[in-house]
Design a binder for this molecule. Structure first.
Ligand code: ACO
Length: 318
């Protein structure tokens, strides 16, 4: 049997930090409201001229160094992003060029906040089938550029960043299972309507019916916990760590309660990063591996919910 294992992780956050205090000067909000309703204290923003591929490259280089792998040994490059550097080539192809890798498949995957778990599943399948030996999976976003900075209901939530994982082939299980879902019926609750769809000018800013998204996210993530445990014949006690998408501390707490996990076993970065969309899980994973919380052999549940709606979970043994 062939499995995909996590060999190394990397993360990168742009230098500029936007605090809640600064947001108080921009819209009718307060540090207290933002902390209480979302858990967010600050977020990082890409500098002018800093691109999605810039962030992806930094995270990718750190993950490759942690995996002790030369980029030439990669045979798949995936970038999960909602905010690609340009329409085309894909950010994955731009990243491939930066890494001086030539010839292997490289493509972007768009599932908004669920992008990283979607990409992890795709890479796992390449490795399990023998189509790739080493895969680079990046979640990278400059999502702050889709934010309407006059809309207090969304502008306090998002931040930029990138996280990356290098997967390698192993004969012992790494990625145990993936459970992906989507339902386009809910598109209008969370969307950026801009695009080239009908030739009419459209707003290219995040629009969200936050309260409805919140309730749907909590219920759906509860269900995906059950689905993942059942599919693997596991109980809640078998999960060592929850590595959730970082949209809102209250959504994270609800999923932790569903798993009977104390918050010490949940990797939380939402206070410092805000919602970095597809970058949030690999950034959290990287932080917890580097600071020694997550140890080899431990079982991690990664889960995400976002625009589409698209959502999913990946269970992995580190
Ligand atoms: N500061 C102060 N007050 C605010 C702010 C703000 N920044 N934003 C909204 N309010 C007000 C509202 O206007 C409302 O006032 P009203 O009662 O007078 O009408 C009140 O606060 C409550 O608003 P709600 O929207 O009900 O607040 P809620 O507790 O639901 O929190 C939030 C809003 C944080 C957006 C929450 O709903 C949420 O996290 N939703 C889910 C987000 C998510 O998971 N998205 C998916 C991933 S994102 C992606 O895929 C791109």
């Amino acid at each position: 049997m062939r499995f995909a294992r996590i060999l190394g992780t990397g993360g990168y956050l742009p230098a500029r930090v936007l605090t809640n205090a600064e947001l108080e000067q921009m819209v009718d909000t307060s540090d207290a409201w933002i902390r209480e309703r979302t858990g967010i204290e600050k977020r990082h923003l890409a500098a002018e001229g800093e691109t999605c591929c810039d962030l992806a490259e930094q995270a990718a280089r750190r993950a490759l160094a942690a995996a002790d792998l030369d980029p030439s040994e990669l045979d798949l490059i995936l970038v999960a992003t909602t905010t690609p550097e340009q329409f085309f080539p894909s950010t994955a192809c731009l990243l491939q060029q930066r890494l001086d890798v030539h010839g292997c498949p490289a493509f972007d995957l768009q599932a908004v906040c669920a992008g990283f778990v979607y990409a992890l599943d795709v890479a796992d399948k390449y490795i399990r089938t023998g189509a790739a030996r080493h895969a680079l999976v990046v979640g990278a976003e400059t999502i702050s550029r889709l934010v309407d900075w006059s809309d207090r209901t969304t502008c306090v939530l998002f931040g930029d960043g990138a996280g990356a994982v290098v997967l390698g082939t192993s004969d012992t299980p790494g990625i145990l299972s993936a459970h992906l879902h989507a339902d386009g019926a809910y598109a209008s609750l969370l969307q950026v309507p801009g695009g080239h769809g009908n030739g009419q000018p459209q707003r290219a800013f995040i629009e969200m019916r936050g309260n409805e998204v919140f309730r749907f996210a909590v219920t759906t993530l509860g269900r995906i916990v059950d689905e993942t445990l059942e599919a693997n014949g596991l109980t809640k006690d078998d999960i060592d760590w929850l590595v959730p998408h970082q949209a809102n501390i209250r959504i994270i707490q609800a999923t932790a309660r569903k798993l009977d996990l104390p918050m010490e076993r949940v990797i939380v970065t939402v206070a410092e990063h805000g919602n970095t969309s597809s970058a949030s899980i690999p950034l959290a994973l990287d932080q917890a591996i580097r600071d020694g919380r997550i140890q080899r052999g431990e079982t991690l549940l990664m889960e995400a919910f976002g625009g589409g709606f698209a959502w999913g979970a990946v269970l992995a043994r580190y």
